[in-house]
Design a protein around this ligand. Structure first.
Ligand code: AMP
Ligand code: MN
Ligand code: MN
Ligand code: MN
Length: 275
């Protein structure tokens, strides 16, 4: 078994269609894949069809944004029922927050004579939900930044003209949505928040109260030492351990599909919790 339980398609900020994603998963030797687009379930039907024809076990997933102690936290929901009405209503809320934020970002940038509506719309087409990486891409296309990284730095982070502070649902709400849909909720890329171990432990305690039962231990950007630290937290708190590359596109060599290192055998892998 080779699992990758965190990746994106063009239904959010990934570049591949779910069908193309499944083809790449086969090339990467993946047997078990979860599609986890940001705040949308819309890519899952196409992914399931492609998974059946490719012979891959596809787990229905999602990556939800939430706010904890004023920080943006990402939680991945795995093995969810995408038809569950509680989850669907929650996802719809987050999607609407994204649409409202996009409108506010357009207006803010227009005050600075930057007009991105058409480019961003074209990038998203009829498919996905608007994300900041879409704005970054549009800013690069129009020559306002040399690459996406610079676009973020100049326009899309706190204090910059295109930045709109967001209040996402709290961890309790996200946990409830994923539990209602029969899924297992997993803290995404814990190393990316740059929390101390103490603060991470506090987040995990709050997550557990919210029914969030897992943590990504192996990701594209966790080195051996970080994975060992996260494995320690998983064991200390009795959490399921998950593995995910956070793949978005082929031109990000630091996050290849299937690129996260195998989970150590002494951990309770998240697939043990699927029913
Ligand atoms: P959003 O969920 O729309 O606010 O966008 C968040 C996504 O933007 C994250 O998942 C990252 O992939 C990306 N991102 C956030 N900050 C940066 C940054 N400083 N440079 C490049 N990408 C970033
Ligand atoms: Mn993303
Ligand atoms: Mn994320
Ligand atoms: Mn992600």
């Amino acid at each position: 078994m080779k699992a990758d339980y965190h990746c994106h398609s063009h239904f959010s900020d990934g570049t591949l269609s779910p069908t193309e994603l499944l083809e790449l998963a086969i090339q990467a030797g993946i047997t078990d894949l979860a599609l986890t687009d940001h705040d949308t379930l819309d890519g899952l039907p196409e992914a399931q069809i492609a998974a059946q024809s490719q012979g891959i076990n596809l787990i229905n997933g999602i990556e939800l944004s939430c706010t904890w102690e004023k920080q943006l936290i990402h939680v991945v929901g795995l093995n969810i029922d995408p038809a569950n009405s509680v989850l669907v209503a929650g996802v719809e809320q987050n999607k609407q927050r994204r649409l409202d934020r996009a409108e506010a970002m357009f207006e803010d940038l227009e005050q600075h004579d930057i007009f991105l509506r058409d480019s961003v719309r074209e990038l998203i087409a009829a498919k996905g939900v608007p994300t900041r990486p879409h704005f970054a891409e549009a800013l690069v296309q129009q020559g306002y930044a040399k690459d996406k990284k610079q676009a973020f730095k100049r326009y899309l982070v706190r204090g910059k003209p295109g930045y709109i502070p967001m209040v996402w649902p709290d961890v309790e709400q996200i946990g409830a949505w994923i539990s209602a849909a029969g899924g297992i909720a997993v803290l995404a890329h814990p190393n990316r928040y740059k929390f101390t171990r103490t603060r991470l432990s506090r987040l995990i305690s709050d997550m557990l109260k919210a029914g969030i039962q897992g943590i990504e231990v192996s990701t594209s950007t966790t080195d051996k030492q970080q994975s060992a630290m996260l494995a320690g937290l998983a064991q200390q708190f009795g959490l399921y351990a998950s593995i995910g590359s956070d793949f978005h596109s082929k031109d990000q060599p630091w996050a290849r599909l299937g690129g996260a290192a195998d989970l150590s055998k002494d951990l309770n892998a998240v697939w043990n919790g699927f029913n």
